[in-house]
Design a protein around this ligand. Sequence first.
Ligand SMILES: [Zn+2]
Length: 418
Amino acid sequence: MLPGRTPGSWSFALSMKRTIMNDHRRLGRELGIFDTDPLIGSGLPYYLPAGAALRKAIEDYVHELERRNGYQHVNSPVLGKRELYERSGHWAHYAEDMFPPMNVGGEEFVLRPSLCPHHALIYRSRRRSHRELPLRLAELGGQYRSELSGVLGGLTRVRAIQLNDGHVFCAPEQAAAEVAAALDLVEAAHAQLGIRAARYRLSLRGDGGKFVDDPGLWARSEAILRDVLKERGRDFDEERGEGAFYGPKIDIQIVDPAGRESSLSTVQVDFFQPERFDLGYVGGERPVMVHRSVVGSIERLLAHLIEVHGGAFPAWMAPVQAVVLPLSDAELPAAASLLRRCLTAGLRAELAPADRGSLGARIRAHRLVPYQLVVGPREAASGGASVRLRDGSQAGDVPVERLAEKSRPSFQNPESKG
Ligand SMILES: [Zn+2]
């Protein structure tokens, strides 16, 4: 046992306290991020205004990161005919995780277990040439998993998943470079979001019918992923039985404050589905599908971010970025016009007028808001505010337009790599 982790010791108590303090289910409700209702069902959380704002900020960031890196975004429906999933192989290898089919006028539809088949069909919908490859399609879309009620809790295990998904259709000789480029995106996003990867895992096929039985395809795709990881100098563990049914994966693992590990981001090489959907292109034979998720599902990502940041989110993603605090009712008109300036400048901002308590009490109530804009008589006269930061330090009279600029995510890392 490690020193300091003995039950009863001060630091053990502290780490347990931190675990409980930062439990995303408790914080998520307290901060007005998400909740559940038994009438909707377990594993089906909904987002409150703060959660919707947080999600939008993160979704916009990822969308822009993908756009700058050559992705085209698509949208596709959350269900499809049973035959689609028979074709993709999900029906044979993944049926126990799928919701049962719905019969509509003699046709059977299922809530989709993944976006891959839709994207394969979008690829197939046009005649493709080798000049178009790599073709990078991305979508933030719903997929569904028929989890049993007993294992559901908060945002980490849900039945309705919003996945940051993407598929790169490329020539076989382009696959390694696309895997590396996807890992660049993952690492840039993690840095921007404040996520630290616990470890990289190369997830391989296991025994049994869960995995497509084609040793040659597995050997080819495993070699591509293994070589990219080695070239980047990343330490990784190889684990059998953790792959997707159609191919191996690089999984980027995270650990929550209680020490539980889960997979967040992933990059996968797939020779199987292109064959099943008979994908092709002019000037070559069969494309490879590189499946990748830069930040995983929105649910798991939010659960992790809530716990990592303890609700004190970086300014660019904070649900409320600025709160305007008039010293007294006399400054209310100036505070209201400052609020309008904040909103126009693009900040998510709100007003906490003096009838909600003393300045100290209002600052405590908004202690997680990155910019606290205090408006006293002097600031009211000048049209500005005295900016107080979350750590209690004073930043002086900073124009709200400047605060709005500082509250945007950075895209420097992936761009500097060309
Ligand atoms: Zn996929």
